[in-house]
Design a binder for this molecule. Structure first.
Ligand SMILES: Cc1cc2nc3c(=O)[nH]c(=O)nc-3n(C[C@H](O)[C@H](O)[C@H](O)COP(=O)(O)OP(=O)(O)OC[C@H]3O[C@@H](n4cnc5c(N)ncnc54)[C@H](O)[C@@H]3O)c2cc1C
Length: 386
């Protein structure tokens, strides 16, 4: 098999798979090099929330475009992404109320089905939730969650059906450059050649940026999640929720409820650390928090807990664009929220690489230059994850 392509993508997470899919649809010859297996990184651990509630227009537009894929997956990609509609509720405290309202107005202008609801509305949507502290919440009736590993595998399968090559157990160890231009990579399985190399290596992307001589602030973000067997009184499902006040999010998964915490996520650790187990103390904190919002969860039973690592940037937004040697692109730094946007970011990155500009969504504010230019992105909220 040929080791030469038009584009080499480093990383077989949902981002690498999405980019491979969109490039292949345009007739581009793609090789994806993955050091382990598809979805071995953040993607395989992702909570899979699919919502449009972001506090910047560019991310909301990306999430809305990606949503068209999630809800029409079979026609647009093929295979399964496991999208399940639960409705999504964003809860914020008083400090963020005005930002919440501004976000919903912005979402509505984009065309996203989003509305403001009262505490009583939330109570009707999820009778077991404590709502006495809720004045106004944002509600997205169409949103929910999808299965991240299935999503990445479906995108990669579609890309391969269109001619892309996937090489697993293949760690990229160096970049090959000639006269300031990328010519390919060195790997644990030898040399691969292409005039374009894309860094989609998630939490490991900082190492590859360094290989390209880039000095872009980039570190890792650890995130643990817990699954609880729901008490029967909650019923067969409940909405997906992000709750700023309690720094928690949760969503159903069959008879279980998945819980993640927005705070206490360590930064700067090696992404090769143990992810099979959650960190000490996480489960106790997560149980305490979920019971604050859903007191009946006291009757739940712990099912399991584990962790994962994503790459994180200084403004907690992804880095999308060319940087360093000619032909080197960054598609990384998703900062804990990059699953739901993947079908759209892959499309935009394919447009940027092939046409010189992303036409589906203007992603220019996410360019790598923003760090050197001091143009870090600021949303209406401080930070949100998941
Ligand atoms: C626990 C957790 C929960 C999350 N929940 C949500 C959520 O609910 N909703 C949401 O939208 N986002 C969520 N996220 C974020 C989202 O999962 C990530 O942003 C997204 O999966 C990133 O995809 P990726 O392809 O960039 O990275 P990854 O999935 O990490 O893929 C990168 C790949 O690169 C490979 N690689 C690394 N170095 C090399 C190398 N040198 N050579 C070859 N291959 C290499 C790795 O093995 C890995 O497979 C969550 C993240 C975590 C960790």
């Amino acid at each position: 098999m040929s080791n030469t392509a038009d584009v080499i993508i480093i990383g077989g997470g949902v981002q690498g798979a999405s980019l491979a899919f969109h490039l292949s649809r345009r007739g581009t010859k793609v090789i994806v090099l993955e050091k382990s297996f598809i979805a071995a990184g953040a993607t395989g651990r992702s909570s899979g929330l699919v919502r449009m509630h972001y506090d910047t227009e560019v991310e909301s537009r990306l999430a809305w475009l990606a949503f068209q894929y999630f809800r029409n997956w079979k026609e647009l990609v093929g295979g399964e992404c496991g999208f399940t509609r639960t409705g999504f509720i964003q809860l914020v405290g008083g400090k963020h109320l005005e930002a919440l309202k501004a976000n919903v107005a912005m979402h509505q202008q984009i065309g996203i089905p989003a509305l403001l609801v009262t505490g009583e509305d939330v109570q009707r949507l999820s009778p077991q939730m404590r709502t006495d502290d809720i004045e106004v919440a944002a509600y997205e009736p169409e949103s929910g969650y999808a299965m991240p590993s299935d999503t990445a595998n479906a995108l990669m399968t579609a890309a391969r059906n269109l001619g892309a090559r996937l090489v697993q157990n293949c760690a990229v160890t160096g970049l090959n450059l000639t006269g300031g231009k990328v010519t390919g990579v060195e790997s644990s399985q030898g040399s691969f050649s292409a005039a374009v190399v894309v860094n989609a290596a998630g939490a490991w992307a900082g190492n590859l940026n360094k290989m390209a001589g880039l000095d872009i602030p980039y570190t890792t973000w650890r995130h643990d999640t817990m699954f609880v067997l729901r008490p029967g009184v909650i019923g067969s499902s409940h909405p997906s929720v992000i709750d700023f006040e309690n720094q928690i999010y949760f969503r159903p998964e069959g008879a279980l409820t998945l819980v993640g915490l927005e705070d206490g996520n360590p930064m700067g650790e090696s992404p090769d650390n143990d992810t099979e187990h959650a960190k000490r103390g996480f489960v106790e904190r997560a149980i305490e928090r979920i019971c604050l919002r859903m007191p009946v969860m006291e009757q739940g039973a712990l099912h399991s807990a584990h962790g994962g690592y994503d790459g994180i940037t200084d403004d907690q937004r992804p880095i999308l664009g060319a940087a360093g040697p000619d032909g080197f692109y960054l598609d990384c730094g998703y900062s804990g929220t990059g699953f739901k946007t993947a079908p759209a970011t892959g499309l935009c990155m394919a447009e940027l690489i092939l046409d010189g500009r992303a036409s589906s969504v203007d992603i220019s504010t996410l360019s790598p230059d923003r760090f050197a230019e001091g143009k870090l992105i600021k949303g209406n909220y401080d930070n949100i994850w998941s």
